[in-house]
Design a protein. Structure first.
Length: 323
């Protein structure tokens, strides 16, 4: 597959960020990223169609397919040492996110030992097997349950969970101002170590689902069934999302300050100004459009990217009690 000049900026961005990927696989990932951004669609055929300038459709499609196929099949086509280790890429991707959160200081190579990991699950996923598996990984489940469940506090009778108030236990009831129903969250952390704001991050996660599906990469149309291929395809979408959101953040910050994106040295510490125009398009869509323009017309991408990190507003989710 010819390496056109428009692929070099993406490859240069990936090389220091994902060092565990072999060289040819980084070029393959750059090809996937460019096609995903051009098509605004992560499905293989749509990506291949958007990359018509890189060769015949079937040739490009075969290259894309071989990137996600089993390692044994790829080694026969590409030669030795061409394995995609998605698990090895995950800490590198996490550090990339942390670098964009804290651009003025080096992020650690990995999370410090003992850093708690919370698994936020929406209602409908509250199974015993899921709870057990999360515990085996030494993670902390935060599972949301429907309002009709009952709960028996220690030393008391079973009562409707929505009626519970303060007391010892691991069922947390949260009721946000202006909402009719509370959240009923089951966790294994003790009440004084339970972050009552944590579940508010679910709203951000929901936006991530939207960006990955109908609002962005159209993942709902996939026909993949192999877990190995799904994991590798999701790595493509994760990197595409990270780049697009970071680029969209810079574009929006520059517009709020009346500057071209290339002249913005760092975003305002306080976030968006109060008089900023309402956001009409998501950061992902803004960033994808800007990336396409930079890659295809200027053959470069902006290096100093930042993600605005905003914590949930604790005042908006008062805790009714933990039992």
């Amino acid at each position: 597959m010819p390496r056109t000049s428009s692929l070099y900026p993406l490859h240069q961005e990936l090389a220091p960020r994902l060092p565990s990927l072999p060289e040819r696989l980084r070029w393959g990932l750059a090809l996937w990223l460019k096609g995903t951004l051009l098509a605004h669609n992560g499905c293989q055929d749509s990506v291949a169609m958007a990359l018509e300038g890189h060769g015949r459709f079937e040739t490009v499609r075969r290259e894309l397919r071989e990137w996600t196929c089993d390692d044994a099949d790829r080694i026969r086509a590409w030669g030795p040492d061409q394995e995609v280790d998605v698990e090895a890429c995950f800490p590198e991707l996490l550090r990339w996110v942390r670098d964009l959160w804290t651009p003025d200081r080096d992020a650690p190579a990995a999370e410090p030992p003992g850093t708690p990991v919370h698994v936020l699950c929406d209602q409908g996923l509250g199974s015993r097997r899921l709870w057990t598996r999360i515990g085996e990984l030494v993670w902390h489940p935060v599972l949301r349950y429907p309002l009709h469940i009952t709960f028996r506090p220690t030393g008391s009778d079973r009562v409707p969970a929505r009626q519970l108030g303060g007391g010892p236990g691991t069922l947390v009831a949260l009721h946000a101002q202006g909402h009719k129903e509370p959240w009923l969250l089951l966790t294994d952390t003790v009440p004084d170590r339970t972050d009552v704001d944590l579940y508010a991050c679910r709203h951000w996660i929901e936006q991530g689902f939207r960006g990955c599906k109908r609002g962005g990469w159209q993942w709902q149309r996939t026909r993949r069934r192999s877990p190995v291929r799904v994991a590798r395809h999701r790595l493509v979408l994760a990197v595409a999302t990270l780049l697009a959101v970071a680029y969209g953040t810079r574009h929006e910050d520059a517009r709020d300050r009346g500057l071209p994106p290339g002249r913005l040295r760092r975003p305002p510490a306080e976030g968006r100004p109060p008089d900023a125009a309402p956001r009409r398009f998501s950061l992902l869509r803004q960033g994808a459009a800007c990336l396409v323009k930079g890659i295809c017309t200027k053959h470069r991408i902006i290096k100093r990217l930042v993600l605005n990190r905003q914590d949930p507003d604790s005042a908006s989710v008062p805790c009714l009690g933990a039992c």
